[in-house]
Design a protein around this ligand. Structure first.
Ligand SMILES: Cc1cc2nc3c(=O)[nH]c(=O)nc-3n(C[C@H](O)[C@H](O)[C@H](O)COP(=O)(O)OP(=O)(O)OC[C@H]3O[C@@H](n4cnc5c(N)ncnc54)[C@H](O)[C@@H]3O)c2cc1C
Length: 413
């Protein structure tokens, strides 16, 4: 039986980016059930993150802002944003991983069995042995079989890359409501004057969602907005976020969407993969060297990628923003909330939040929403969690200030 250091199940952006990094120091096999190096997703991201991964040649479009439109408000999120040609990104990673010696097989991962010193992986074509299995299958069977999901929400997306004689809407990265009551929005990721990724998406609680539920709605909106569009490539999927009971098992770690890496309501899955793939791979290499691939050690690796204060803040903010959502319509509410944060909003979307930022953003939010009213809007099932987290947050903010005081305090000579 062929043996590898690492088998990666799933050759999506999470699997291929990790394969690119990890194949520099380990023997790696990637198993992808579809044609390796392809995807049905599309990504906007940031120029600095693209530069960090030397993906510049895959940039299709650049802009200095993301444009959020709502019925009564709009928000220009100033940042160095880019739209990537998703097909090119996948090909670049595929080639880099191969050049480093990784094997990429068009093969479907079926199951695995734990052995004393690793795992035996079964596919539709055979069996392989490895010390570590990285589950990057997007929606993981292992997670579901072991009932590891504690809570899941998802952005569910259906759309296409389209070509039109000329784009009538301005060519910019844009999000606008399709049906506010139905919580459905439109996303535009342009390439140029005649080509764009165009999709609709919907936030859903307590489910991974089903993209094909949105197919009919997408076809209708495409017909009304771009009657002459030619579909170049269908795009569909979902971006789960939430909490797992465990982010790893002995010799297995969940990565990317399988590990619900996307923080609640922001960051977006691909962006978070770009942000975390280098630290993730470095931590995996370290645990490998220490020969610690047990559940506890791997869970620590996964948790090192998730700032607990930030994750909790996302959920608190989610509940607070209900104030806007319930009072003025969902999309208006969300955009008002972004406006309240002003130029700081980009750190929320990037998921780059320091404790300092959280404090400032919370104060700004309270200027826009009276505290008494926002408290009333918190759903009863979140009340306990939010109270607990606010106490935790106050303690850590207090500890942070005390630490700062000591750092600046110089004893008199
Ligand atoms: C239309 C669309 C637009 C998006 N826009 C953005 C955006 O602008 N910015 C952003 O940051 N994120 C965006 N996302 C989200 C982002 O694409 C996902 O978060 C990201 O794709 C998750 O990557 P992943 O590799 O973890 O999972 P996936 O992309 O789901 O990849 C999983 C891979 O595993 C393979 N696989 C599954 N099961 C098996 C098996 N049993 N054996 C072998 N292979 C298997 C699948 O075929 C797939 O290739 C968008 C998603 C969609 C669909």
């Amino acid at each position: 039986m062929e043996t590898f250091d690492i088998i990666i199940a799933g050759g999506g952006p999470a699997g291929l980016s990790a394969a690119t990094e990890l194949s520099k120091t380990h023997s790696v096999l990637v198993l992808e059930k579809k044609v390796p190096g392809t995807t049905s997703a599309t990504w906007y991201t940031y120029a600095d993150r693209v530069a960090e991964h030397s993906l510049e040649e895959a940039v299709a479009f650049s802009s200095d802002h993301l444009h959020f439109v709502a019925p009564s408000y709009k928000h220009d999120m100033k940042d160095c944003c880019v739209v990537l040609d998703h097909n090119k990104v996948m090909q670049i990673w595929l080639q880099r991983a191969k050049n480093n010696g990784a094997l990429i097989h068009h093969e479907c991962f079926k199951d695995y069995k734990k052995e004393s010193d690793g795992v035996v992986v079964t596919t539709d074509k055979g069996q392989y042995r490895a010390k570590l299995l990285i589950d990057a299958t997007g929606r993981s069977k292992i997670v579901e079989q072991n009932k590891l999901v504690r809570r899941v929400d998802a952005w569910v997306i259906y759309g296409a890359r389209i070509q039109v004689p000329s784009l009538e809407r301005p060519t910019r990265i844009e999000y606008y409501p399709l049906n506010d009551d139905n919580n459905t929005y439109v996303g535009v990721h342009p390439y140029n004057d005649t080509e764009t990724n165009f999709y609709i998406f919907k936030g859903q609680n307590n489910t991974f969602g089903n993209p094909s539920d949105l197919k009919k709605q997408f076809e209708d909106v495409l017909q009304s907005e771009f009657p002459n569009a030619e579909i170049i490539q269908p795009l569909a999927g979902s971006i789960p976020s939430g909490i797992l009971k465990k982010y790893a098992l002995d010799n297995v770690i969940f990565w990317g969407a399988a590990g619900m890496l996307n923080p609640d309501g922001c960051g977006m899955g691909f962006n978070e993969i770009l942000r975390q793939v280098k630290p993730f791979s470095a931590e995996i290499t370290r645990t490998f060297k220490a020969n610690r691939l047990d559940q506890k050690a791997l869970d620590r690796v996964a948790k090192s990628l998730r700032d607990i204060e930030t994750m909790h803040f996302q959920r608190i903010i989610g509940a607070f923003s209900l104030y806007f959502i319930k009072s003025e319509g969902k999309w208006d509410g969300g955009v008002r909330w972004l406006n309240a944060m002003g130029d700081l909003s980009k750190y929320w979307m990037r998921n780059e939040m320091s404790l300092e930022w959280i404090r400032t953003a919370t104060l700004k939010l309270h200027k826009a929403v009276p505290f008494k009213e926002s408290i009333k809007m918190i759903p009863p099932n979140e009340l306990l969690f939010i109270t607990e987290q606010l106490i935790r947050f106050s303690f850590s903010a207090f500890a942070f200030n005390i630490k700062k005081l000591f750092l600046f305090w110089k004893p008199a000579k």
